[in-house]
Design a protein around this ligand. Structure first.
Ligand code: CP
Length: 381
């Protein structure tokens, strides 16, 4: 029974009477109660007020029994370099455990293992705001020591090679090295040289596994499932590691994926990952549940791929008009950083009814806590 249904029954009210208090139809209230829809902020505020704060927004996201799931010994290896090494059960295990970490973060520290003698090093050779900060927060919330290597002031500037740098850090016995690099394959190369666990935090245009995992968590919480959903990934597919990791994860979990881009930004062979290719937003967005938007990744472009940002926005930038091609309740995601007015309309980016950008950032911490815990368990065993 939905907690709000229970509250309504306890007040000796009918659904109709409660719906009248909110100025909505009983059909709309029933959709909230069946978790088919999340109330808009105005209605959410009325519900919180009417129930004296007993019911909160959290009650409307699909959380099933996930939060009761305790940590299970994981079965993938001691590194997380790519989504393709994970099967559906392993992905589900990481997502389920993340639910446990979402609220309250303190629970773990009272009931679970102590990681205070464990160390995580962030080794980012490429810029980051979300990923580096959330790995730091995740490790600290688990009680670990965290070191953020400052590449600009490191001995790399004196000519030390990538491999020598990684082996030097490894000699100090960290437990996890989180690596981001502009070249595809660097985390794989370094994982072969070091004893500690390696997490790929984004390598060139290859993969960004923890981004795909956090995106999956957001989708599952909002839609109640991943299997059977239709997801459109739109934008610079050619240079996107997020697109590759997401296509692999979503197809492994039974979703259908459309990729939409101009021909110049659509890589050869992407259909081999199981995605359907579209060069037109109208056709590609038809009947989709989730629309994932990607920015133009100029840092990986060599040459000119679009006539102008203005023309790109006209044909491929997502705004409320183009979003109408998708399902009525389709939700918008973006891994960030966003470029307003180029791949996404600024107003749509701020529309909390349709767009989940900050929720993606928020859940990134829980996903990374779960990944760290899985890997440390594997090191121990
Ligand atoms: N989504 C993502 O990887 O963002 P950052 O580059 O800020 O880490």
């Amino acid at each position: 029974m939905h907690p709000l249904d229970e509250w309504i029954a306890n007040q000796v009210l009918t659904r109709k009477e409660f719906a009248d208090k909110l100025d909505i139809s009983v059909a709309t209230l029933s959709r909230y109660l069946s978790r088919d829809r999340v109330p808009k902020p105005k209605i959410m505020r009325k519900i919180i007020e009417a129930t004296g704060g007993v019911i909160t927004p959290e009650n409307f996201y699909f959380i099933g029994n996930y939060k009761d799931v305790q940590f299970k010994k994981s079965f993938f290896g001691t590194d997380l370099l790519s989504i393709e090494v994970l099967n559906a059960n392993e992905i589900t295990s990481i997502l389920d455990r993340s639910e446990y970490f979402i609220k309250p973060y303190g629970t773990l520290l009272n009931s679970q293992k102590n990681y205070k003698n464990r160390t995580l090093i962030n080794l980012f050779f490429e810029d980051s705001t979300r990923t580096i900060t959330s790995f730091e927060l995740a490790a600290k919330r688990l009680g670990m020591n965290v070191i953020n290597m400052q590449i600009e002031t490191s001995s790399i500037r004196k000519g030390e090679s990538l491999i020598d740098t990684a082996m030097t850090l490894n000699a100090m016995h960290p437990d996890i090295l989180v690596i981001r690099h502009s070249l595809s394959g660097v985390p794989h190369l370094l994982a072969d040289k070091v004893r500690c666990a390696v997490i790929n935090a984004g390598d060139g245009q290859h993969e960004h596994p923890t981004q795909a995992l956090l995106d999956a968590l957001v989708i599952r919480r909002r839609k109640g499932k991943i299997k059977g959903l239709k997801v459109a990934i739109c934008g610079d597919i050619a240079h996107s590691r997020v697109a590759r990791s997401n296509i692999k994860l979503l197809t492994t979990m039974g979703a259908k994926v459309n990729v939409i881009a101009p021909k110049t930004l659509m890589p050869n062979g992407i259909e081999n990952l199981g995605a359907r290719i579209y060069n037109d937003m109208k056709k590609g967005l038809e009947n989709t549940d989730i629309v994932m938007i990607l920015r133009l990744q100029h840092e990986r472009m060599h040459g000119s791929y679009i006539p102008s940002p203005r023309e790109y926005f006209r044909f491929y930038g997502l705004d409320i008009i183009k979003l109408r091609y998708a399902k009525r309740d389709a939700l918008v995601m973006h891994p960030g950083p966003i470029n307003r007015g180029i791949e996404i309309d600024s107003q749509l980016a701020d529309d909390i009814d349709r767009t989940l950008i900050l929720e993606q950032v928020e859940l990134g911490v829980a996903i990374r806590m779960s990944v760290i815990e899985h890997l440390i368990s594997n090191i121990e065993n």
